[in-house]
Design a binder for this molecule. Structure first.
Ligand code: TMP
Ligand code: ASP
Length: 239
């Protein structure tokens, strides 16, 4: 696989074209942002750790039949992925109240939800990723009715798998964000895309409640690198 031009640079990753029009190389940076780019910094080796974590989780999801854009990890910071057109909505799955849900609804962080909640946000840094309704997605054509149904169904399947996986390594999967894309080779096929890492998940140690995710960076809690490394160690994916 030949790496060609840089196509896109996001806040945490860079995408390169390859000699296959349907495949891209996804490069993981150490750059960290929070509050949609307002707070900026770097987390040493975050790219390496997130590459390992996301590759393992995407592989796991694929093995249980969830379609993913991930193909394989190429090296420390790169993975080969299927080229997709990203659906412009972020899908957030919540098992416990935290973050913006706690703030918006005035409910204490940590409260266990009686069932997983799926929310949609518009992918827009300028607008601060506003919470949107299913009607908004429909009326502005961000995704079709079928795609929305599929995203909700896949989000629940992902949640079943990841909740169990994290519980096994002593971690509460509090909430996380998923992104979906339409395959370049077949726009009717929706797959899980982007990454699943401590950048986009809230992960709390089951015994101590210690936060092992990007909230350590967002809230200036310190020990950010160590938290990401702890996830890699518990997952047993250090190479
Ligand atoms: P929130 O509580 O800020 O809405 O975030 C919910 C989850 O989604 C949390 O695990 C962090 C993740 N997330 C992202 O990955 N990117 C984002 O832009 C936002 C707003 C949240
Ligand atoms: N991902 C968003 C950002 O980079 C929001 C966040 O994670 O807090 O700013």
């Amino acid at each position: 696989m030949e790496k060609r031009d840089q196509l896109y640079e996001g806040k945490a990753k860079v995408l390169f074209s390859t000699d296959d029009e349907n495949c891209l190389i996804q490069y993981f940076k150490d750059d960290a942002t929070a509050f949609n780019g307002v707070k900026k910094g770097t987390i040493a080796d975050k790219g390496v750790l997130n590459n390992l974590i996301s590759a393992r989780l995407m592989f796991l999801l694929e093995t249980v039949g969830i379609p993913v854009h991930f193909i394989k990890r190429l090296n420390d910071r790169e993975q080969l992925v299927r080229r997709v057109e990203i659906v412009p909505v972020e899908v957030v799955v919540r098992n416990r109240v935290a973050g913006s849900m706690a703030k918006r609804l005035g409910i204490k962080e940590g409260v266990v939800l009686p069932r997983p909640v799926v929310e949609f946000y518009l992918k827009s840094d300028e607008l601060d990723d506003p919470l949107i309704t299913l009607d908004h997605i429909d009326v502005f054509n961000w995704a079709s009715h079928e795609e929305v149904e599929l995203m909700i169904e896949m989000a629940h399947r992902v949640n079943d798998v990841l909740l169990g996986y994290y519980a096994n390594i002593g971690i509460h999967l509090v909430d996380y964000k998923l992104e979906f894309g339409r395959l370049n080779s077949d726009m009717d096929t929706l797959v899980l895309a982007d990454e699943i890492s401590p950048d986009s998940c809230r992960l709390w140690d089951m015994k101590t409640g210690k936060k092992l995710d990007k909230d350590r960076f967002r809230r200036d809690l310190g020990g950010v690198e160590e938290a990401y490394q702890e996830i890699v160690d518990r997952m047993g994916v250090s190479e």
